[in-house]
Design a protein around this ligand. Sequence first.
Ligand code: FE2
Length: 265
Amino acid sequence: MIDLLRSGLPLQFDEESRVMNFIGSLVPVEPDVRRLSRSRDFYRDPQALGPEELYFMYRGVSQLWDIPLFENQELRYDITVVFPGKIGQECLRTIGHYHPACLASQRGLTFPEVYEVLAGVATYYLQRMNQDGSVADVAVMEAHPGEKCLIPPGYGHITINARREVLVMANLIERNFASRYQDFQQKRGPAYYGEYSTKGVRFVPNGNYGAVPPLRRIQPSEDQAAGITFGAPLYEAFLRSPDTFRYLVNPDQYPQDWEEVLANP
Ligand SMILES: [Fe+2]
């Protein structure tokens, strides 16, 4: 049993039965299951062997009494369970997506998102494209329980589970938009594939992208003004100061410069 108290919520995930226990006044949520048989276009080798169940997405997790707050703030809190394993040579990962542009943004920015690791280790892969279809930037961050990753506007993102244990993470996001999957589908995944190796993840360029810039390794970092601290669960940070997260609904309201977010070495 994986205790997910780190989320600030009475949650447990039973690895044996693959059931999430929503305890007390938590509203039970049925997961959307991402299956390999329906996702083969997103991986390098469409014939690759791998587990059929890749990851579970529990969308809209909350305490009963917090539902109106999430609705009023136009945000949603989700939990994702990513199983360990391989798809061919690739580490098991999410299929990846981009977010659409936020209509309220004067600058045409796409919606950002905040991730938080609850159990296991996440490797967050982010990539941004140029207008001409070339790859502008690729950044990779390894994050451990309690650490958070702010996905800035413009970045497509994938979560890799490169460990032999279950990865559980939370995210906070604008609740009404639909993600865009076709870009990663057409290229059969990201600009770099994360392969298993004895030294951890080995990133190998995806030939469907042409020339790719060097992959940058970045570290998780706190961002107090954006409500991102490693000491407090994301759920609690949101309850304590909902308006701090307005930038998730309109990225123009981010208190700092978006360019700085992935800039750390
Ligand atoms: Fe996302």
